[in-house]
Design a protein around this ligand. Structure first.
Ligand code: 5GP
Ligand code: MG
Ligand code: MG
Length: 176
């Protein structure tokens, strides 16, 4: 285990098992349809890669990179990288590492609906329900977690720890 990790919450094996379950649900729910998996950079990449292996549908991958500003109760987010394709009439599955306040996904979802996507749903590896300030829920949730700062499996602190093959709680002394 990495020296900065206080506790491992989910091991690689548990995450893979969860991806299999979610992949099966998604395959059943979208049977006969084509889905665009939209990963939010950078944190969703390991989860998206694992989950997609168990989706038995025709899928394409696309990515968005957005940054939202803290502070003022504004929904403004900056698009640093937009999708490569037109989503009009398409079924979109937004893939996130973690859903916290819901600000990012609320804004991104509204943007894709505005562009004419025929459906926009969310799949998130982790859900911090207590953190929610926007009324948004993911259709597919890997694990519900308490309000702690987690790293690994894509999740970073100052861009570090994304490569850890598990989700763990970062030691307080690392960000104090
Ligand atoms: P939201 O817009 O839902 O508040 O923000 C979700 C984003 O906040 C995530 O994609 C992630 O980048 C960041 N985030 C929220 N909670 C955590 C956490 O516990 N650990 C890490 N590494 N990032 C988090
Ligand atoms: Mg993210
Ligand atoms: Mg981050």
């Amino acid at each position: 285990m990495h020296k900065d990790v206080k506790e491992v919450l989910y091991t690689q094996e548990e995450i893979i098992e969860k991806c299999k379950e979610l992949g099966q649900l998604i395959s059943d729910d979208y049977a006969g349809k084509e889905v665009i998996l939209v990963g939010l950079l950078k944190g969703s990449v390991p989860f998206l890669a694992e989950l997609s292996k168990y989706i038995e549908l025709d899928v394409t991958f696309d990515y968005m990179d957005v940054s939202s500003y803290e502070g003022v109760e504004s929904r403004t987010i900056t698009i640093k990288k937009d999708l490569d394709q037109d989503v009009k009439g398409k079924d979109i599955l937004l893939v996130e590492d973690i859903l916290d306040t819901g600000k990012t996904l609320t804004t991104v979802k509204a943007m894709l609906v505005e562009r004419g996507a025929s459906s926009v749903e969310i799949v998130t590896m982790l859900d911090k329900k207590e953190g929610r300030t926007y009324p948004i829920e993911a259709k597919y949730v890997g694990f519900e977690i308490p309000n702690a700062f987690v790293i690994g499996y894509g999740l970073d602190f100052n861009e570090k720890y994304r490569q850890l093959p598990y989700v763990g709680i970062l030691k307080e002394e690392c960000y104090m």
